[in-house]
Ligand binder design. Sequence first.
Ligand code: ZN
Length: 442
Amino acid sequence: MTKRKTYNQRKREQKIRRAICAVIGILLVFVAAIVVYVNFGNSDVREQEGMSRYARSQVSDIKVFRSRDTKLSKCYTDEHIGVASYDDDCEYDYVNAQKDYYIDELKKELVEDGQYKVLLTNAVTCESSRNTVSLLITYQTGQLKNKEVTNIKRGVKGYIFNKKTQDSIGWHQLFKENYQDELKATLGEGYTDYKAYVVDKEELTYFFVDKKYNITASEINADKSSDWMRDKVLERYVDPNKPMVALTYDDGPGLKSETRIHDVLEKYDGVATFFYSGYMVKGKEYQIKRSLHNNCEIGSHTWNHPLLTRCSKKELRKQLNKTNRVIEAACGSGPTVFRPSYGATNDKINKKAALPVILWNIDTQDWKSKDANKIYKKVVKNKKLDGSIVLMHSIYDSTAKATEKIVPWLHEHGYQMVTVSELIKAKTGKDPVKSKVYTDMR
Ligand code: ZN
């Protein structure tokens, strides 16, 4: 016998059903809101404020790097690293070569870091009417755990090349002196936090990465560009009338310390001279390549740091030739300057070196103190800094730390950071002379 429900029972059940429906409805709306937020609310680069049309069109490629993108997991390979495709090759072979080079460097950097195992990159190029080609690389990294990619971070790097000479160029070649003020006025106080910039036509676009690893872009108005952009971008520009300093680093290539030195030089568009020891090169060829790509000068510092004044003729020849060969093999061109170990040299050695011989006038004694503050003070407290050649070593963390203070200080105080050859040329009007000894250009 089936029990018949009373009117009240039916009414109560109806109420419960309605309540359940309402709860489910609310839950559905809530879940939908979360889905919408995760998918669209979180940092679509194209919806960021202040994005220009140009930036939108360029940066739209970053969109594939959204954190929920499945491409990243597909990218996983046995080596725990993968590279996504990038846009069609541009018409300049050297830019394509640079693109491959910088992506390789990025892979090394991220693998070395040990933390990020998966990498996606995308690269776009754009030309300006000032004979430059810009390369913008966006990338995404993550950790792979149980076939899930977590801890995803996005980054961006920008490079600008001289279309004619194919050299990479920095801000002081592109821009006039008032450019920093212009930049500050346009981008506001946070302008130094930019991670990359590119030039397209007359426009200049800056890219920022926020704490949540979203990439945003900000553009400087094209109308005023001739006020602060140079008309011709031919070679590295050094103003002979402005103060300059040649930072030099011996005994490398170093590992992380040298990477830090390159990073801060790159950030402030400074260059330095690296005197490499031949026996140190193996496995660190990428540092020499980076020096070359960043317009730094590459010097020889003998094969394994002997006191050359006590070497036999044969040994001297070996110390010089073997080092030249290993540097050339690493980056495609040999050293352009020479620094004898311990600064110990004589006429015979200078003649055999067959390169300008570079000593120094500011000895930071960084190898001895290993104290970043002391090293920093040795440079910035110097009364006659203009024209100086500063001796440091790229193999110490303390020197890297000091450089991270010295470079911004020099930049802020109006010093141009130049290579030793640029210093000599700017101060004498002539190229450095083979076998001649230079200690400073003050
Ligand atoms: Zn040395």
